[in-house]
Design a protein. Sequence first.
Length: 145
Amino acid sequence: MASLLTLLQSQPTRTLAPGEALIVAGEAGGGELYVLESGLLVVARDGVDIATIETPGALVGEMSVLLGTASSATVRAEAPSTVRVIENAISFLERTPVVALHVATLACERLERTSALVVELRKQAEGRAAEQGVFGRIVSALTGA
């Protein structure tokens, strides 16, 4: 399968200066997806940095687009960065199944890593009642139970 950046060569780019926000938590997005071309992005939720994105081809903004919700995190540039912009992403994905497959694959990879981490943390917390409650809530959130 061709890389996401290769598939999106015709999409416009946006350049970000260090400190500039690409996505702001709580704001309704305009339906755009972003794919990192170069640079370094930081994802923060509730004031806590939770991820660093530096791999070209990394997808950004898919949660709010696919769920039709406001952004749950802020994404800002830590260094000069360039992203490819997929405007009206749902419509684009409907017309471009190979890109939709990439998006689905990347989302599943993230969920798999998150699930594996939850299992590891749960094993470490066995026998500690207070932490079991937190892990139960995480598992419920991941499974929709």
